[in-house]
Write a protein that binds this ligand. Structure first.
Ligand code: UGA
Length: 439
């Protein structure tokens, strides 16, 4: 099959490369010429484990192509995926759909023969209707079906998530489109990934409901963590204790500094707006957004408390800047708010991240970046683990202690067993693990 992926961002590039790996012929189209030139030269604009290899091997095999020529690619396509960005619109939090509608207009002008147009970007309920209206208005002759097919992959685990998804959701009731989409995903249902067919609007809502539920689950355990600190309980064990109940499940119950990234913050906000507009407010998600926003700054206060209530003139070393490990994505990362509060309170901040430093430089000022955990720990009054990269999981605590001005570890991801850290002479603060232990 000939597939076109419009938008070579996270979702577009990963989906395009994986579809090519399944044997489809895929063209990835992007407006940004430098991005396409780089991809043609084998350079991947994002850090995603395994993606470079899949892109290179499929490009070499002639199944994966990159171009800025949307019209030419769409003309020959069986399926055109819209995988452009849907950022939060400035001011009101609604999803900005201008790129999606722009793509729809261009598709309309170029389609030939029956073509399935698929929205893969996360788009609010009703967007598929509008895409269809735009295409029919621009080109009344166009023989198209508009389908919703949200993507559920996670950054850092994108290839596995794409190739072994829990489910594939396809929103269309058009029989020809159902046949085409079955063909597109045939290699996946050999893996027994269930295909869920439903109405287009239902499919669009499934994506938001899924992300909002996960964001709420994280926020729930974060609030339980705060309560644990007050009443002397351990959130890790509470999470385990409730997670063993199959109705709850053990995933996404890891307490931490609050969720970030390019999806949960944007999608929860967009769902809140959609629900308000539909006069069916979602108070649980409104609370999730508010609690999570406050949490990031609260984590900075935790660091200040661990430093004895004052950070003016002190050095705080930040381990991990990206919103989660295995990505170079800094969007909405808790590290940003934490660092800004610490700087506002007069701290000198040093930081290290295995992949995120380049992106962080553009978002943070006054931070001294180093090349390793040990380099930034030199002379520090506290070290704060913000992102749980594997290389931070087995730090040489004795070496760290010898380098630091004061042995204070704030572990915002509960990576370390408190007793072990204390045994090495540190004072330890985790998340939801009673009061800070003294070294
Ligand atoms: C999320 C969803 O998990 C994907 O299914 C979805 O496709 C994607 O959004 C999207 O809409 O495109 P992603 O943002 O890449 O994926 O990352 P997650 O692994 O979900 O983590 C999101 C945030 O939650 C991170 O800041 C992470 O640190 C935090 N988190 C996650 C926790 O604090 N605790 C947990 O137990 C899990």
């Amino acid at each position: 099959m000939r597939l076109v992926m419009i938008g070579a961002g996270y979702v577009g590039l990963v989906s395009g490369a994986c579809f090519a790996d399944f044997g489809h012929d895929v063209v990835c189209v992007d407006l940004v010429e430098e991005k396409i030139a780089a991809l043609k030269a084998g350079k991947i604009p994002i850090f995603e484990p395994g993606l470079d290899q899949i892109v290179q091997s499929n490009a070499a095999a002639g199944r994966l192509h990159f171009t800025t020529d949307l019209a030419g690619s769409v003309a020959d396509a069986d399926v055109v995926f819209i995988a452009v960005g849907t950022p939060s619109r400035r001011g009101d939090g609604h999803a900005d759909l201008s790129y999606v509608y722009g793509a729809a207009r261009e598709i309309a002008r170029s389609v030939r023969g029956f073509t399935v147009v698929v929205t893969k970007s996360t788009v609010p309920v009703g967007t598929g209707d509008e895409v269809e209206r735009i295409i029919r208005e621009e080109n009344p002759e166009a023989d198209i079906a508009v389908v919703s097919n949200p993507e559920f992959l996670r950054e850092g685990a994108a290839i596995t998530d794409f190739k072994r998804p829990d489910r594939i959701v396809i929103g269309t009731e058009e029989p020809r489109a159902i046949q085409v989409m079955r063909q597109v995903y045939r290699p996946l249902y050999l893996n027994e990934s269930p295909l869920l067919f439903c109405e287009r609007r239902t499919s669009e809502l499934i994506k938001y409901a899924g992300n909002a539920f996960l964001a709420m689950k994280i926020t729930f355990i974060n609030e339980i963590a705060d309560l644990c600190e007050k009443v002397g309980a351990d959130v890790q064990k509470v999470a385990k204790g409730i997670g063993l109940d199959k109705r709850i499940g053990d995933k996404f119950l890891h307490a931490g500094p609050g969720f970030g990234g390019s999806c949960f913050p944007k999608d929860t906000l967009a769902l809140v707006k959609t629900a308000q507009d539909a006069e069916s407010p979602m108070r649980l998600i409104e609370a999730t957004v508010a609690v999570n926003d406050n949490r990031k700054r609260a984590m900075a206060r935790k660091v200040i408390a661990a430093c004895g209530g004052e950070v003016r003139g002190k050095t705080v070393a930040i381990l991990g800047l990206t919103f989660k490990p295995n990505t170079d994505d800094m969007r909405e990362s808790p590290a940003i708010s934490i660092i800004q509060v610490l700087q506002d309170k007069g701290a000198r901040v040093t930081a290290y991240d295995p992949e995120g430093v380049e992106a962080a430089r553009g978002m943070l000022s006054g931070v001294e970046f180093g090349g390793s955990a040990y380099e930034i720990a030199e002379g520090a009054d506290a070290i704060v683990l913000v992102t749980e990269w594997d290389e931070f999981r087995a730090l040489d605590l004795d070496r760290l202690k010898a380098l630091m001005a004061a042995p204070v570890l704030v572990d915002l991801r509960n990576v370390y067993p408190p007793q072990e850290v204390v045994r090495h002479g540190f004072s330890y603060s985790g998340v939801g693990r009673a009061g800070p232990a003294e070294g």
